[in-house]
Ligand binder design. Structure first.
Ligand SMILES: *Cc1c(COP(=O)(O)O)cnc(C)c1O
Length: 455
């Protein structure tokens, strides 16, 4: 029996499907010829998705896995809105503008003259934001070179080997040399390394707040100071971009005295992921520039807006407005105090997990959740199993904890990383630690010398 005949009775449809294979016979990689019943199609796709991991036990991702029902309601009500249709959805455009201004204020951008808006926009995430910020750096560098009558064909971007892959992508897609500095004595870029790697073809330096590898903050103020000193001694005036994908929504609330943002003159642009510690479901990101001067005008296009035109800078044309609206909701809903307490709790939970891990006496902690609410740890001494085995073992309890080698310069060290996000609780942390202990016991029960004993 074919499914498309059963439009009215959901149960009959599903039963028929069970009998004759119905949806089971739907081709997976070709458009089915026939229409399916909506309920049956829903169940079919939903069942497939059951195989995905449980988001609450996913300690791998930085991306938001829980939002309040009110936010979900707002997202559902906004699903049809396209952020590029400024004419049709002027209030969504206004909301995006407000978010940019709120972030500019949070990141201490200088007030634009004449009460104008801060310079920035929403993106799909930090990756798109990195493309836009990187292009602005490249365009500015090229203009400087052209004005001086110098060659502008060999641009490079200086960054630590620990940068997120989006920066390697930027370099490859926009034909810029990725000058990746191997780690040397720290888990991230050091000020001396950053300055030493710059030359006349350097379009900028990227500092990360904080690193995806271990959650540590790069010393942005010290990197800025090293670049200031470089400018003073050589005349090389290299702009600094801060990739605050995660830290942009942590440091303003938990580390107010830390200088990492537009308070440093050398910082010309900052990106952050609204869908990480900005507490919004994927995908929304933000990129802001210090001033209009730092965003070359020929990168900006205009779209129609209520009979006038509005400047836009984006890779995509159409994109959902819902995530931007959800970002505005979280900013209004939580306010400074709400963000502060949510991020502090994540940091406290990460600290408690770090302590539990340290207490097992088997691991070396590279970070303890004191910067991003993230901890990374390696096995202290050879014991017959690796972090990869442990990651696999934890998976059998439902926990998703990635294991990977550190970047060049520390590549001999393999780590496990735990990311704590809003929605994770002390109770879940306790269960995780118990399962970590059991996983270690299981692995110790499997060490090769015991296996060898039976031969
Ligand atoms: C996650 C992350 C990115 C990429 O951000 P998306 O929002 O996933 O595109 C870039 N840089 C850092 C430091 C990150 O943590």
């Amino acid at each position: 029996m074919s499914l498309h005949r059963h439009h009215s009775n959901r149960d009959a449809t599903i039963q028929d499907a069970a009998f004759d294979g119905g949806l089971g016979s739907i081709p997976r990689h070709k458009l089915p010829q026939r229409t399916s019943d909506a309920h049956a199609a829903l169940e079919f796709v939903r069942d497939e998705l059951m195989l995905d991991g449980n988001a609450r036990q996913n300690l791998a991702t930085f991306v938001t896995t829980w939002m309040e029902p009110q936010a979900v309601e707002l997202i559902q009500e906004s699903l049809e809105k396209n952020i590029i249709d400024k004419d049709e959805y002027p209030q969504s455009a206004e909301i995006e503008r407000r978010c940019v201004n709120i972030l500019a204020n949070l990141w201490h951008a200088p007030e634009p003259t004449g009460g104008a808006d801060a310079v920035g926009c929403s993106t799909t995430g930090s990756s798109e934001a990195a493309m836009l910020a990187g292009m602005a750096l490249k365009w500015r560098w090229r203009a400087r070179r052209a004005a001086a009558g110098l060659d502008a064909t060999k641009p490079n971007l200086v960054m630590g080997a620990n940068v997120q892959v989006c920066w390697e992508k930027f370099a490859r897609y926009w034909d810029v040399e990725a000058r990746l500095i191997p780690l040397d004595g720290a888990t991230h870029l050091t000020p001396a390394q950053a300055a030493a790697a710059c030359d006349e073809n350097t379009i900028g330096v990227v500092a990360v707040l904080g690193s995806t590898f271990d959650g540590s903050y790069e010393p942005v103020a010290q990197i800025a100071a090293a670049l200031d000193a470089l400018a003073a001694s050589t005349g090389l005036d290299v702009p600094l971009h801060v990739d605050a994908a995660s830290g942009g929504f942590i440091a303003p609330f938990l580390d107010q005295d830390l200088l990492w943002d537009f308070r440093l003159d050398r910082v010309k642009s900052i990106n952050s992921s609204g869908h990480k510690y900005g507490l919004v479901y994927p995908g929304v990101g933000w990129v802001l520039w210090r001033s209009a001067e730092d965003l070359p005008e020929d990168l900006i296009f205009s779209v129609d807006y209520l009979g006038g035109s509005m400047p836009t800078f984006a890779l995509n044309f159409s994109r959902p407005a819902a995530q931007v609206i959800a970002q505005y909701y979280t900013l209004v809903r939580y306010g400074f105090e709400g963000y502060r307490s949510i991020q502090q709790r994540s940091r406290d939970i990460a600290g408690a997990i770090a302590k539990g891990v340290a207490d097992l006496g088997l691991f070396t902690l590279l970070s303890r959740g004191e910067e991003l609410p993230v901890l990374a740890f390696s096995v202290s001494a050879p014991n017959g199993w690796s972090v990869y085995d442990l990651s696999h073992e934890l998976r059998s309890f439902g926990w998703i904890v990635p294991a990977y080698p550190m970047p060049e310069g520390m590549a001999e060290i393999d780590v496990l990383r735990v990311v704590v996000r809003n929605g994770f609780t002390f109770d879940l942390a306790g269960m995780f630690l118990a399962d970590l202990g059991k996983s270690v016991e299981r692995l110790n029960g499997k060490v090769p010398d015991k296996v060898a004993f039976h031969h």
